[in-house]
Design a protein around this ligand. Structure first.
Ligand code: ADP
Ligand code: ZN
Ligand code: MG
Length: 478
């Protein structure tokens, strides 16, 4: 991207709420299942079937609104958004138009330049549509209505983000907040969290926004970043050639790494919104809103402060540990067991993060318990294993669900701290390396490191390194 331009990005995030039942009927919201088995006349849109609003949906949406610092509307309503699509059996979606449940919120993200506030325009409730399964054999498409009527919140941001990185940080923050307050499982691969990404570009210093394009239904951080970069560059190229950006809806193709037009403004839809006549308006009392406010769990910001104060952790550590509810639970659980906050933090920030990246896993996919990590740290602190061996044990903990103690026993990884055994190894290595002894005596200290390394190799990393060091020194100084 040439440096004369800046990106402007706004996100519409859709998140499926993890209520047990759907928004307007008592069918289960559970993901998957044989097609059309989680359905009833209401969510299949049979004539005469009437919706009844699920109170939990309001509770969860208000929770999300409060967690994102929104004003909660005491009076709101549902509206019909009319459009035709085969996965929408009623030919309208029940959503909210001009009176959303929550508005004027904000969330904070961390950027290279420090903290930045991203505005939340609104959060409203609506129902999800069904799903089309396109036949591989060219025999048409089959409709599965299991997802029809699953409750969603749509979180609309202000166009406040200025880079793909900021958009990524924002989405991560929203995901983490929704996880902390337990209103959505946020499984992106199952479509529980997905975003429409709006992008425009403008010359730096320009105060007016450029024309935006919108990429629909994105559900991976990596594709979102790639898509924003591609789309901004595409727009800049057009502008540089004297062209004009068309406001249009695009589809991002992950394989080719390009965007394609889905529909342009010409056929922009008129949704003919009107108040949903089959549902009563929503009135929330101040007490009800206050009650939900008091039920909110500790948010990442205050957790962060607590980690700095109570555990003496650096702000950097606290930021990472609280970035995900799952990391935070892992940290607190492990610390409770071993009482060594900094060691736990180091394991999470270095090796665990590295393994997650390598395996392309999210923190919620960590297969072992917080307790296991705590015990691993204890084993190192007690000298039962070296931290080098601990790395091997950790790798193993990701592979099979065993406790660190079990893995160490099974693989014979216990550290050698027996003086006699250490002595044997030291003598063997000294005998095999007369040149290193001579080097050391000639003042080349590095020879000691080499000898220790050889002894470690001999014991497959199991010898206690401090003891090795000490014993080699004793022998060399003789
Ligand atoms: P629609 O439903 O038509 O997409 P919304 O108002 O629901 O409209 O959403 C608009 C989204 O696009 C918001 O997230 C907003 O921040 C973003 N947006 C608006 N204008 C621009 C712009 N010029 N560049 C980038 N994003 C924009
Ligand atoms: Zn139903
Ligand atoms: Mg949109």
């Amino acid at each position: 991207m040439t440096t004369d331009y800046e990106m402007v990005i706004g996100l519409e995030v859709h998140s499926e709420l993890s209520t047990k039942t759907k928004i307007f009927c008592s069918c289960p919201t559970e993901f998957g299942g044989e097609p059309n088995t989680h359905c009833c006349p209401v969510c299949m849109a049979m004539p005469g079937a009437l919706p009844v609003l699920n109170e939990k949906v309001i509770e969860y949406a208000v929770k999300a609104g409060l967690a994102m610092n929104c004003e909660i509307a005491e009076n709101s309503k549902n509206d019909r958004k009319n459009y035709f699509y085969p996965d929408l059996p009623k030919s309208y979606q029940i959503s909210q138009f001009d009176m959303p449940l929550c508005k004027k919120g904000k969330v904070e993200i961390q950027t290279e330049q420090g903290k930045k506030t991203i505005g939340i325009t609104r959060i409203h409730i609506e129902e999800d549509a069904g799903k089309l399964n396109h036949s591989e054999f060219g025999g048409g498409s089959l409709v599965d209505l299991n997802r029809a009527g699953v409750p969603l919140i749509e979180i609309v941001s202000e166009p406040d983000m200025r880079s793909s990185k900021e958009a990524e940080e924002y989405l991560k923050k929203v995901k983490s907040i929704l996880e902390y307050i337990e209103v959505s499982d946020c499984k992106m691969q199952e479509g529980s969290l997905r975003a429409d990404v709006n992008v425009s570009v403008r010359k730096k210093g320009e105060t007016k926004f450029g024309t935006r394009t919108e990429m629909k239904n994105m559900n991976s951080f990596r594709s979102i970043v790639r898509a924003i970069e591609y789309e901004a560059n595409r727009q800049i190229e057009i502008l540089e050639e004297g062209g004009k950006i068309e406001q249009e809806t695009l589809r991002w193709d992950d394989v080719s790494g390009k965007t394609f037009s889905m529909r342009d403004k010409e056929d922009a839809q008129d949704y003919r919104y009107f108040p949903e006549p089959d549902l009563v308006p929503i009135h929330l009392s101040k007490e009800y809103i206050q009650q939900i406010k008091e039920s909110l769990p500790e948010m990442p910001e205050s957790r962060k402060e607590r980690y700095i104060k109570d555990f003496g952790l650096p702000e950097y550590d606290s930021n990472i540990l609280t970035s995900s509810k799952y990391l935070s639970i892992l940290f607190e659980g492990a610390e409770k067991i071993c009482k060594n906050a900094k060691a736990v933090s180091n394991w999470i920030m270095s090796d665990i993060t590295r393994i997650l990246n390598e395996k392309e896993l999210e923190p919620e996919n960590i297969p072992f318990k917080a307790e296991d990590l705590g015990n691993l740290v204890i084993l190192i602190d007690k000298g039962t294993i070296s931290s080098k061996i601990a790395k091997q044990v950790l790798e193993e903990m990701f592979e099979n669900p065993k406790t660190p103690e079990e893995i160490i026993k099974e693989k014979g990884l216990i550290q050698i701290s027996d003086e006699g055994q250490i002595k044997q190894v030291v003598e063997k290595i000294l005998q095999a390396n007369p040149q290193s002894i001579a080097d050391y005596k000639a003042g080349r200290d590095r020879a000691l490191g080499f000898l220790v390394g050889q002894a470690m190799k001999e014991t497959k990393g199991k010898a206690n390194p401090q003891m090795l060091n000490k014993m080699f020194l004793e022998k060399l100084k003789k």
